[in-house]
Ligand binder design. Structure first.
Ligand code: ATP
Ligand code: MG
Length: 413
């Protein structure tokens, strides 16, 4: 894409009320627009990143047999009354609304009840299980504080998956398979090494712990204790001697850290299916309870985490897997040659942001650093005299002159 056509522009300053680094940078670089606290719109560059993250999440969820669907944002009150959650005081962050006739509706903050309701049209036999459904969809939560940019939105993008199993054994197999897929997601996003499976509170209806996926960061809101050797952690909220013993963890092996929860998986037992009267019949035709699991990933939160953690003092630094473009091509006054090289890169299937604007070299370099595309390729009189384009990776300081052919080889690697 030609940068002269891109309607967003970079800014020197972020809005004065924006205190989170991820949002400051993303706003300045033109990736997101702040509607209000905790509510951000995605501009073209930002949407490209978000879509790239979604693609990775989708591939991994499909890889473990997940079937994608899309539930609704507006939800009927009745199904939540059956599980006693409509008036549950613990659910204090729910946006609710009303029809013209006064009928109350919920605005989607999670989807256990609606999913069970939808699935009940089809599920009845032991032969139907196990299966997993998921969606990638905006959630709405009336969060008390929304000062962390994309890390805590009042409207945010979540992947939520739900599994249905005939017994605990089948459920455990599904659950562990999905946990592995989660790590493939974090690995592909460049977060694998700093993300820990973290034991956390499982909720009142199960004796089991839930698993949070915590990415280490000083901006994290959660206090966790990490066992680096075992590569697991335990959340402060369940940090008791009794639990340590249950989990086989020793105080002396644990280091206190801060984490951002980038995912969370739960054993739901048969709380929702029983309450909504969804059962199955086994081989003998006997009625049995269905075991559920639910599995969330904070898709927009991940974008914020990556923006925040990988940035340097000049701007954003995107990993190649999710960058809005692979190459930022900067034309410094060599229009004819630059257009040719742009066309050649496109022909080879490379995603290029082409800075064809009439602007000072200094401005183009500063914008390129702020936007954070993995490869910067400069075409100038000097580079052409030296034999090609001057290529520099965003996270390195050395640049190198290479021919377009050599550059293409490098990109293909
Ligand atoms: P938190 O403890 O951070 O409030 P949660 O435990 O309420 O999150 P879940 O219901 O488990 O969140 O949601 C699944 C995932 O969605 C979380 O692991 C997190 O990555 C993401 N998420 C939750 N709330 C938000 C939010 N307000 N903004 C952005 N992402 C969120
Ligand atoms: Mg959670």
């Amino acid at each position: 894409m030609k940068q002269s056509q891109l309607f967003t522009k970079t800014k020197k300053e972020a809005p004065s009320d924006e205190v989170a680094k991820n949002a400051q940078l993303l706003i300045r670089a033109g990736f997101i627009h702040k509607e209000m606290a905790g509510v951000y719109a995605y501009m073209p560059l930002g949407l490209r990143v978000l879509e790239n993250i979604k693609k990775i999440v989708r591939e991994e969820m499909n890889g473990v047999g997940g079937q994608e669907l899309m539930m609704t944002t507006l939800q009927p009150k009745e199904i939540w009354e059956k599980t006693d959650r409509w008036d549950d005081a613990k659910v204090d962050n729910w946006f609710k609304t009303k029809l013209v006739n006064g009928t109350e509706l919920g605005v989607g903050l999670t989807h256990e009840e609606p999913i069970v309701d939808a699935v009940s049209n089809y599920l009845g036999s032991y032969k139907d299980m196990p299966f997993a459904v998921y969606q990638i969809q905006n959630k709405f939560r009336n969060e008390k504080r929304a000062k962390s940019g994309l890390l805590r939105g009042r409207e945010f993008l979540m992947k939520d998956m739900y599994t249905f199993s005939r017994d605990q054994k089948q459920h455990n197999e599904e659950y562990e398979k999905i946990v592995k897929a989660y790590f493939r997601v974090y690995d592909r996003l460049g977060l694998g090494e700093i993300t820990y499976r973290t034991y956390a509170d499982g909720g009142i209806f199960t004796p089991r712990f839930s698993d949070e996926f915590q990415t280490l960061s000083d901006v994290g809101e959660d206090k966790i204790y990490v066992d680096e050797k075992k590569r697991v952690a335990i959340n402060d909220e369940i940090f008791t001697d009794e639990n340590l013993e249950k989990l086989g963890l020793k105080r002396e092996d644990l280091v206190e850290k801060k984490g951002v929860e980038v995912g969370n998986t739960f054993h739901l037992e048969s709380k929702y299916t029983d309450a909504l009267e969804l059962f199955y019949s086994d081989e003998k035709g006997e009625k049995q309870s269905i075991i559920m699991g639910c599995y969330g990933i904070g898709v927009s939160r991940l974008m914020g985490v990556i923006a925040e953690l990988f940035a340097d003092d000049k701007g954003l630094v995107w990993p190649e897997n999710i960058a809005p473009f692979s190459v930022h091509l900067l034309n410094l006054g060599e229009d004819g040659e630059a257009e040719k090289i742009y066309a050649q890169l496109l022909k080879n299937g490379i995603e290029v942001l082409f800075d064809d604007r009439e602007a000072q070299a200094g401005q183009k370099f500063a914008d390129s650093d702020l936007i954070g595309i993995p490869y910067r390729a400069v075409i100038s009189k000097k580079s052409l005299a030296a034999g090609g384009i001057e290529v520099k990776k965003r996270n390195e300081s050395e640049s190198k002159i290479m021919t377009v052919e050599e550059f293409l080889q490098l990109l293909k690697k």
